[in-house]
Design a protein around this ligand. Sequence first.
Ligand SMILES: *[C@@H]1O[C@H](CO)[C@@H](O)[C@H](O)[C@H]1NC(C)=O
Ligand SMILES: *[C@@H]1O[C@H](CO)[C@@H](O)[C@H](O)[C@H]1NC(C)=O
Length: 214
Amino acid sequence: MAALLCMVVFLLAPFLSHAADPDPLMDFCVADLGSSPTFANFPCKPASNVTSEDFFFDGLMNEGNTSNLFGSRVTPGNVLTFPALNMLGISMNRVDLAPNGLNPPHSHPRASESGVVIKGRVLVGFVTTGNVFYSKVLGPGQMFVIPRGLVHFQKNVGENKVVILTAFNSQNAGAVVLSTTLFDTNPSIPGHVLTQNFQVDSSIINGIQSNLGS
Ligand SMILES: *[C@@H]1O[C@H](CO)[C@@H](O)[C@H](O)[C@H]1NC(C)=O
Ligand SMILES: *[C@@H]1O[C@H](CO)[C@@H](O)[C@H](O)[C@H]1NC(C)=O
């Protein structure tokens, strides 16, 4: 009996460890963002309080403000901005890039990403865990995919503004932005770790930190 149980657990293990967000247990569970999430799902708003408005979201209609260091803006349509996504395991973002703008190298720990270019010309690239770089320049209507957790970026290489819509198999994909993860944390990673990592002296690390505004 114990052997059988072990066998079942062993056979299920790959499915358990590779699962994305859990499957829904109800038709919907519009998040009550005022309550604390348990196991990453928010408690549901009482069904009697739910209206049509809960299932529609205007947040991706407007151009994001790209007046910043990178000339880019990601506008999230995830559970935190669109509470009806709670428990459904999906979300979307809008990415605006000014000419030459860069959505800097980052990864999403909890989701694969697919995206479609709506406007402009974009260089999309990602790097595998084996350090192979894949990339292509895309135009309107062309689609891309970024496997879960891999580092990737989008850069505007055209003359005009870029708009991209991206979709994730998580209600809250999370983003690890490499530059800020290393150089703009609170508190800072000790300087000797960064100088040793990059084999440079501290003036270079300080320069990067001040360029990033920290
Ligand atoms: C549900 O609606 C009632 C009446 O409008 C309101 O008082 C209450 O705060 C609402 N509850 C939630 C969790 O939204
Ligand atoms: C865009 O962001 C910049 C920098 O934060 C700010 O000065 C500017 O007012 C913003 N523009 C709009 C239209 O909100």
